[in-house]
Ligand binder design. Structure first.
Ligand code: CA2
Length: 154
C-alpha cells in the first residue's frame, strides 16, 4: 500500500540557510531541516517530498502535484510570502491541511513588510519564530490531524 505523501516546500534563498544571518536564522542548514522532517514523517507513516526553489513556477508545479491527494503541505514561502499571488492561488486550490512556517518571528522583525504574509489567507495555521523546530512541529501537527486528533482541542 502506498503511503500518503506530505510536501515540505521552501521558497527563495532558503538554500543558503545556515550560511547567512545566523543571529536570525540559526546555524542549521536546509539539509538539517529535511532530516528533522523526515524523522517526523517516518514516525507517522507518511512519505515525504522535500523541496526548495528560487523559481515561482517550480513552487506552483509542486502545489499542483500536492493538490491531488497530498496528506498535507508545510510551506516556508520565504519572500514569496509578500508578492506571490500565483502561489496563493495555487495554495487555495489545495484541500489538504497547510501549515505555513517561518523560522524567524516575522511579526517581530524590523522591516514592516515582513510582518504580513499573503499566504496566511490560505493556511490552516502558521508557525513563526520557533527556529527550524517549527518545521518538525508542523509535520507532527499534520500527522496529528490524520490520526483524527485535530480540531480546536489539540
Ligand atoms: O523566517 C523565515 O523563515 C522567512 O520566511 C525567511 C525568508 C524571509 O524573507 C521571511 O521574511 C522570513 C527568507 C530570508 C532570506 O533568505 C535567507 C536564507 C538563509 C539565511 C539568511 C537569509
Amino acid at each position: 500500500m502506498t503511503q500518503p505523501t506530505l510536501f515540505v516546500l521552501n521558497g527563495p534563498n532558503l538554500d543558503l540557510l545556515g550560511q547567512r544571518e545566523p543571529d536570525i536564522y540559526g546555524h542549521q542548514t536546509l539539509a538539517d531541516v529535511e532530516v528533522s522532517c523526515r524523522a517526523e514523517a517516518d514516525a507517522a507513516g507518511l512519505a515525504l517530498r522535500f523541496h526548495q526553489t528560487n523559481a515561482e513556477h517550480e513552487m506552483i508545479g509542486w502545489l499542483h502535484e500536492a493538490r491531488v491527494g497530498a496528506a498535507g503541505i508545510v510551506i516556508n514561502p520565504a519572500a514569496f510570502s509578500y508578492a506571490g499571488y500565483p502561489i496563493l492561488d495555487a495554495l487555495k486550490m489545495c484541500d489538504c491541511p497547510i501549515v505555513e512556517v517561518h523560522i524567524s518571528n516575522i511579526h517581530r522583525r524590523d522591516e514592516a513588510w515582513r510582518k504580513d504574509s499573503l499566504m496566511t489567507a490560505a493556511a490552516t495555521g502558521i508557525i513563526s519564530g520557533l527556529g527550524i523546530h517549527g518545521y518538525a512541529l508542523a509535520v507532527r501537527h499534520i500527522a496529528h490531524l490524520r490520526a483524527g486528533r485535530g480540531g480546536a482541542e489539540l
